[in-house]
Design a protein around this ligand. Structure first.
Ligand code: ADP
Length: 433
């Protein structure tokens, strides 16, 4: 169709020019004027359409496609079709890019696309937060200049990318990052970033825990092993043997207590909720606790029970709560020198809450230790704890039992005057008889 129109136009123009030439040579001025006029009209028509095309292309909008005559209409339609298909491709590309972007944003890892010179060509929001990339300002910058960490530099340059690299104290965010580079295409690469601060902390805690348990068990085991050898090799009097067996008994009790506390802790950690939800008489609980305290103290301390709310019962697991309260009472007795006093109290608070507290007149604890007392194996005075039979796990158990009963553990202490450990239970755990 277009070819036909072009051929018709060229033929018409050629005839016109030929007629013009013949008539000019033959001297027919009227015919010349007519032919010249037609030529001028034709040229003006073409110029007008050229102008129309020019202004349409300058401010290109599909909706404003001009209409034309003959070849021009065909030309406009061809441009319209081309532009339409370009627009469709653009939309498709945009949709693909959007879904790629949403996919990378949904990934738990940050994604950074790099070219062969390690320049950033794309970074997901998570990666920007991990590494401190500013979009789009940092596009085109080398990742080495953005993530300035010596270990990352060595990793990226070394090209041993089958394993990720762990970066501690990452500049600007001060966290622990794991970065894995994955090559793709010709020479492009993806850097996948993951914030492993929490996992790293847990791993450190796990390692510390294993080291602590091994250390706690090794000491009494060494003592027992040493005495077994002594008993086997050195002749002893009955009195000496009795002393050795007594020490061995103490050390095995220590190991037993440690194992029991470890098992109790692991049980508490494995479940979120208390095993049972019974209404517990705190009057009975306090009398049992004070009886145990008297046994442990063997008359060295004054044990006082201050039950201000005998009508108030506590809802929870009797065994767990007895173990938490018992740990606080046994700590008070173990750390308070003979002659001191220990008060066990139960009281109703504002807003229907209730508090169990153990107050002692012991040595007190310096404030810098208080926040860490519930960590496993954290002790202010290691020797004192061991001598008095402590496992270093008592307050960790208390913390877990408190959390399972939505209770708040509060520690108040003044060096030289004593300490107060309290557990405040919310209204829903408190009931009247
Ligand atoms: P431990 O078995 O060593 O007593 P805990 O977890 O029960 O372990 O307590 C942690 C540390 O808190 C103890 O080692 C001790 O230093 C300190 N502590 C606990 N209770 C008291 C208290 N009533 N008075 C002084 N220090 C205490």
């Amino acid at each position: 169709m277009a070819g036909l129109w072009i051929r018709v136009s060229i033929t018409a123009l050629a005839i016109l020019l030929f007629a013009l030439l013949i008539k000019s040579l033959a001297g027919g001025y009227a015919a010349f004027v007519v032919a010249f006029g037609c030529l001028v009209i034709w040229v003006v028509f073409q110029l007008w359409h050229l102008q129309k095309l020019n202004s349409w292309l300058r401010d290109f909008r599909l909706a404003k496609t001009p209409r034309g005559l003959g070849t021009w209409d065909i030309l406009y339609s061809a441009i319209y079709r081309l532009a339409k298909s370009y627009e469709r491709q653009q939309t498709q590309l945009k949709t693909s890019l959007e879904s790629f972007r949403s996919a990378t944003e949904a990934m738990p890892d940050g994604v950074i696309a790099l070219d062969s010179h390690n320049q950033v060509t794309y970074a997901s929001d998570r990666a920007c937060r991990h590494v401190g990339i500013r979009v789009p300002a940092d596009y085109g910058r080398s990742l080495l200049n953005i993530l300035r960490h010596p270990d990352f530099g060595l990793y990226l340059e070394g090209k041993a990318w089958d394993q990720p690299v762990v970066l501690r104290n990452v500049p600007t965010i001060g966290r622990v990052l794991q970065v894995q580079v994955v090559p793709y295409g010709q020479s492009d690469r993806l850097a996948l970033t993951r914030d492993i601060t929490q996992i790293d902390k847990l791993e450190t805690m796990r390692q510390d825990f294993v080291a602590n348990v091994s250390h706690e068990l090794r000491t009494p085991l060494t003592v027992v092993a040493g005495y077994v050898e002594t008993l086997q090799t050195i002749p002893m009097t009955d009195e000496q043997r009795e002393g050795v067996l007594q020490t061995m008994g103490q050390q095995t009790s220590r190991m037993q207590a440690l194992i029991e506390d470890l098992l109790a802790l692991s049980k508490l950690e494995s479940e979120q909720k208390p095993n049972s939800e019974l209404a517990i008489s705190m009057t009975d609980m306090l009398s049992r606790l004070s009886h145990d305290a008297e046994q442990l103290s063997r008359g060295s301390h004054r044990i006082v029970v201050d039950n201000q709310a005998p009508e108030v019962q506590l809802i929870g697991d009797t065994q767990e709560l007895a173990s938490a309260f018992g740990n606080l009472v046994s700590n008070a007795i173990r750390y308070t020198p003979a002659g001191g006093s220990i008060t066990l109290s139960w009281a109703l608070e504002e807003a229907g809450q209730a508090t169990f507290a153990v107050t002692d007149t012991g040595p007190g604890i310096e404030s810098q230790h208080i926040g860490r007392l519930t960590e496993r194996f954290y002790r202010v005075d290691k020797d004192r704890s061991r001598v008095t039979g402590g496992t270093g796990l008592g307050l960790a158990i208390v913390k877990h039992v408190a959390a399972r009963h939505e209770a708040k553990l509060d520690i108040q202490s003044t060096v030289g005057q004593g300490s107060r450990f309290s557990l405040t239970f919310p209204q829903q755990r408190v009931t009247l008889i």
